[in-house]
Structures are given as C-alpha cells and as structure tokens.
Ligand binder design. Structure first.
Ligand code: CP
Ligand code: NVA
Length: 330
C-alpha cells in the first residue's frame, strides 16, 4: 500500500481541493456549535503524528499540534535540534525509521526536494508544512477564508466552491505561498494578478507547474503577471501579500528591501488603482510593516486573524483526508 502525500495543492484534483475546504468549514461550524462530529473525535486515537520542523513556526506548529489533539492523537514535535537529521543522519534513513513508528509525518523543510525525498521513502502520508516551493496547508486555510467571506458567485458544484469571477491581487514577492495560491486559484476558477518587482517574477519552471495544475479544469482562473502594483490591484476583490524576505533569504534582506520599494499594500494603493469597493486583505503571517501598512492590516477589511485561525480547521481537514481516510478525499 503506497501512501498518498500532500506536498502541494497540485497533488489535488479540483474536487479534492474543494472537498478539503468544505470539510474544514463543516468541522469548524460543528465544533463551534458544540457538536463535535463523532467521526472526527478520536479518529486519530492511539496514533502518533511526527512533526519534523527544520524552520521556525507559530501557526503551522500550533494548528497541527492542536488538530492532532482534537482528533485524539499524539503530536510529536521534532525540531532541528531534537533529531539526528541534517547533522548525523540522512533523509532516507530518517524517513524509513520515523515512518515505521508513526501514522503521518508533517514536515517543514527548506528545499522542496527534501520533503519530496521524505515522502518517497515514507511508508505513511507526508504532509508538507512549508518548503521553498509550496505551502498547501496555508492555501486550504486561505480558500476556507475566501469561501466564508465571499458569497458564491458561480455555481458551486463538486469540483468548485462557486468562487468563479473573483479576482485576487498578489502584490510583493513571488514565493512559496503564492505558488500554491496560484495553483488553487487556477483550480477554483479564481483570477490571480501578480505584481512583483522586475527580477522577482514567478520562475518559468513554476509557471509550467501552475499551467499543468489547471490542465483539465473546465474554466481555470487566469494568471497574469505585471511589474506594476496598480495593474494587479485594479478591480481586485482580495489584496494579498507576504513577507519580502522568506525564511532562508535573510542575507538578501537589504537588496530585497530596495527592490520592493513601492510594493507596500496601503489603502491609497487600493484607491488609486481602483480595487473593488468591498476589497479585503489577506496575509499568511508573520507580517512585517514594510509589505502592508498598519492602517490596512488592522482595518475592517483585513481577514488576517480569521485566516490564521483557519489554519486549525485546514489541518484537521488535511489529517482527516490523508491519514484517517487514507487519501480518499471527498
Ligand atoms: N503562515 C505560517 O505558516 O506561519 P508560521 O510560519 O508561523 O507557521
Ligand atoms: N514565505 C514565507 C511564509 C512563512 C509562513 C516563508 O517561507 O518564510
């Protein structure tokens, strides 16, 4: 039996991605109304989920540990100073050994090839908790947030959340969070306009992955790229950004701060560019003031805190789909 892994939103069909978002939403509603679904409570009873984290984390760690506990399992946090990996032991040996003793590995690593190698040799599902290319758990939470905030404009069917016609503007760095967001948006028929400084565009190899991910989708969301923030923001329903300096890029900080000047999300930018009247703001966090002004970040337009909370429900949904239901996601 080969386990199914979640390394990117690209691993999911549109129907499976929509199902993970819908299941997250229904678990959230049920738990908040005091009726924990019977099939959820105890579904990981007696099982261990290993969390291999070679980078810092607030949301991903707290949401994953919390999700495993709510499902009756044991989350085992393995930080970079806790295990032999990277110092004294190979990925192959680590993967074979850890997967022989647990039901799932949730891994936050630097390189995509590292999480892919862990998955290749693991006998249990591996869930990517962020690598340099993707962040699928974040994007399940982001689409849950969008699903809760924007009434379905299209026809929600099995393969869709009915979000067709929405436009997301991403202003800032083309990074791991954006790549999975682009894949999710294409699959859900949501248009995405990306504004980055020159030299910081989506790499060609990633554009190919995004294009592949929308193959077979009846009306995929359109992806456009520009170097002008106003062009991306025009008519957008949702303005999104992330840090200009991702983990691992600290040495490029000075260069990046200069290159990204003029890319801060502000209400003036939204107004000047002509964002939709009811535009909202999203950010995966952690946030720095350079990429978004306080006045937007803490405004009524900001969805950042519900978006962060939604990481919990996304983690529950992903663990249910990949571990409890062994990759049968519906
Ligand atoms: N958004 C996110 O993944 O946050 P952490 O790095 O704190 O987990
Ligand atoms: N792009 C950021 C996301 C953090 C959640 C990083 O990789 O550091």
């Amino acid at each position: 039996f080969a386990p199914r892994h979640l390394l990117s939103i690209a691993d999911l069909s549109p129907a499976e991605f929509a199902a993970l978002v819908r299941n997250a939403s229904s678990h959230k509603k049920a738990v908040k109304s005091g009726s924990v679904p019977r099939n959820l409570l105890g579904s990981l009873s007696g099982q261990t989920v290993a969390m291999i984290f070679s980078k810092r984390s607030t949301r991903t760690r707290v949401s994953t540990e919390g999700a495993v506990v709510q499902m009756g399992g044991h989350p085992m946090f393995l930080g970079k100073d806790d295990i032999q990996l990277g110092v004294n032991e190979s990925l192959y040996d680590t993967s074979v050994v850890i997967s022989s003793m647990v039901s799932c590995i949730v891994a936050r690593v630097a390189k995509h090839s590292d999480v892919a190698d862990l998955a290749k040799h693991s006998t249990v599902p591996v869930i990517n908790a962020l690598c340099d290319s993707f962040h699928p758990l974040q994007i399940i939470a982001d689409f849950l947030t969008i699903h809760e905030t924007f009434p379905a404009s299209g026809k929600a069917g099995l393969s869709s959340l009915g979000l067709e016609g929405l436009k997301i503007a991403w202003v800032g760095d083309a990074n791991n969070v954006l790549f999975d967001m682009a894949i999710g948006a294409a699959k859900m028929g949501v248009d995405l306009a990306v504004a980055t400084p020159k030299g910081y565009e989506i790499p060609a190899s990633m554009l190919e992955i995004i294009k592949q991910a929308s193959a077979g989708v009846s009306s995929p969301g359109k992806l456009i790229q520009t170097n002008v923030p106003e062009e991306a923001v025009k008519n957008a329903d949702i303005l999104v950004t992330d840090t200009w300096v991702s983990m691992g890029q600290e040495e490029e900080k000075i260069k990046r701060m200069k290159a990204f000047e003029g890319f801060q999300i502000t209400s003036d930018l939204a107004k000047r560019a002509g964002a939709k009247e009811g535009w909202k703001f999203m950010h995966c966090l952690p946030r720095h003031p350079e990429e978004v002004s306080d006045e937007v970040f803490y405004s009524r337009r900001s969805l950042v805190f519900p978006e962060a909370e939604n990481r919990l429900w996304a983690a529950i949904s992903a663990l249910e789909g990949f571990v409890v239901n062994k990759g049968k996601i519906e």
